[in-house]
Design a protein around this ligand. Structure first.
Ligand SMILES: [Cu+2]
Length: 179
């Protein structure tokens, strides 16, 4: 009996190793600029730095010269602040908040609570990229961002561009109407 269990465990371990190798190969594919990543998470839309983990980042397709970027920022340590964001498209990236259906800039950055999380989403906090010539097209563009936190430091992140008409489904998935 014990032997069978051990053999099974062996298979599970092998399967896991194979998955990890596949993931590494996939990562290598789009790593053509040899930029050094400091052991960060390679998956699109996520990154980690210190106690901060960024998940589910995506930019929204845009036909104008501005585009919004959304994501969830999780903090497993002391309170921090997202001070600024820069992007490889557009002329400038700003941190915005929607208040009474108009946007305002978060001058002091976005506070990330101790052992908490902040979600940047439609109708709330977001990163806004300005001055994008020709707008952002889904599937043909990725946005490379650098997020700078007061305590954790800077981290690079690649956000896919999500089509406008795919937006509704995404919102349902990420719905968290806890009040
Ligand atoms: Cu905005």
């Amino acid at each position: 009996m014990n032997r069978i269990t051990l053999v099974r465990r062996g298979f599970v371990a092998l399967a896991l190793v194979s998955l990890v190798s596949l993931a590494l190969v996939a990562c290598g594919d789009d790593d053509d600029d040899d930029g050094d990543s400091n052991g960060g998470d390679h998956s699109t839309g996520s990154a980690t730095i210190g106690d901060i983990a960024i998940e589910g980042a995506y930019a929204r397709e845009s036909v104008t010269d501005v585009a919004a970027v959304y994501m969830t920022i999780k903090n497993s340590g002391a309170a921090d602040t997202l001070l600024s964001v820069s992007a490889d498209v557009g002329s400038e990236a700003q941190l915005h908040e929607v208040v009474d259906s108009s946007m305002r800039q978060m001058e002091g950055g976005i506070p990330i609570p101790e052992n908490g999380e902040v979600t940047l989403k439609t109708g709330g906090l977001h990163v806004m990229i300005l001055g994008i010539e020709g707008g952002l097209k889904a599937d043909s563009t990725e946005v490379h961002l650098t997020l700078t936190f007061e305590n954790a430091g800077s981290v690079e992140l690649t956000a896919p561009v999500q089509a406008l008409n795919g937006d509704g489904e995404m919102d349902h998935d990420m719905d968290d109407d806890k009040e």
